[in-house]
Design a protein around this ligand. Structure first.
Ligand code: PGA
Length: 248
């Protein structure tokens, strides 16, 4: 059985006190017998404080630099991520691709650096609106996986989680329909099977992201190939995040 996961992506929101309060509130409710793994990708600044809170909620970094150390002013290295005790990272989020020009080769380096240091990767993919409108979404997403993920060998790829996040659904309140989500997730799984094998394809969790909230999570998570969600806006409110977790 592959893992069910609900991961919150706080993006560049919250101040220190709010972050601690939100994390503590979630922590009080998330038990070790939850039906899914729960993760929070906090701004990196808060991670060391949050790791002091004993919690069943795993922590992760939204970003890092794929070198171990050196003259990279302002960056956080993959070894610093590992050292923090929060050993999960997002790679390939559409905001990093679009605003910070992270290209396929750079994302490939990030994936490799994370795995080398035993840091778990959630690899994000998803098409912009124009690709969806021109019917090119499958080809577009497949290429993202080929370019930055499918160079991994069998024992590496199984350590990754994939998050399908259509760019037009992120932060827009416009969620993919159940059919759109399931169809893309099913295709992603078939490409993994094509490249690796069916056992590997069936073991990799594929999350949906893009305006997933307390009202639509249950329906989305009920899709056979949707193994959970990567949640932005709705993760900033403890109640909605907890309701999403309870959707399983
Ligand atoms: P959203 O963001 O839930 O606010 O659409 C999702 C994401 O960017 O991971």
């Amino acid at each position: 059985m592959r893992k069910k996961i609900v991961a919150g992506n706080w993006k560049m929101n919250l101040l220190s006190a709010d972050a601690q309060e939100l994390f503590s509130t979630i922590t009080k409710e998330v038990t070790s017998s939850e039906k899914c793994d729960v993760m929070v990708f906090s701004p990196s600044l808060f991670i060391s404080k949050l790791t002091e809170i004993k919690s069943n909620v795993k922590l992760g970094f939204q970003n890092f630099y794929p070198e171990e150390k050196g003259a990279f002013t302002g960056e956080i290295s993959i070894t610093q991520v590992k050292d923090s005790g929060a050993d999960n990272v997002l790679v390939g989020h559409s905001e990093r691709r679009a605003y910070f020009h992270e290209d396929h080769g750079f994302l490939k380096n990030k994936v490799d650096a994370a795995l080398k240091h035993s840091v778990n990767v959630i690899f994000c993919c998803g098409e912009p609106l124009e690709e969806r409108e021109s019917g090119n979404e499958l080809k577009y997403v497949k290429q993202q996986l080929i370019d930055s993920l499918f160079h991994l060998n069998n024992s590496e790829i199984v350590k990754c989680v994939i998050a399908y996040e259509p760019v037009w659904a992120i932060g827009t309140g416009k969620t993919a329909t159940i059919e759109q989500a399931e169809s893309m997730h099913k295709s992603i799984r078939s490409w993994i099977e094509e490249k690796y094998n069916s056992e590997i394809a069936n073991s990799i969790s594929i999350l949906y992201g893009g305006s997933c909230n307390a009202a639509n999570a249950e329906e989305l998570f009920a899709c056979p190939n949707v193994d959970g969600g990567l949640i932005g806006g709705a993760a900033l409110d403890a109640n909605s995040f907890l309701q999403i977790i309870a959707s399983f």
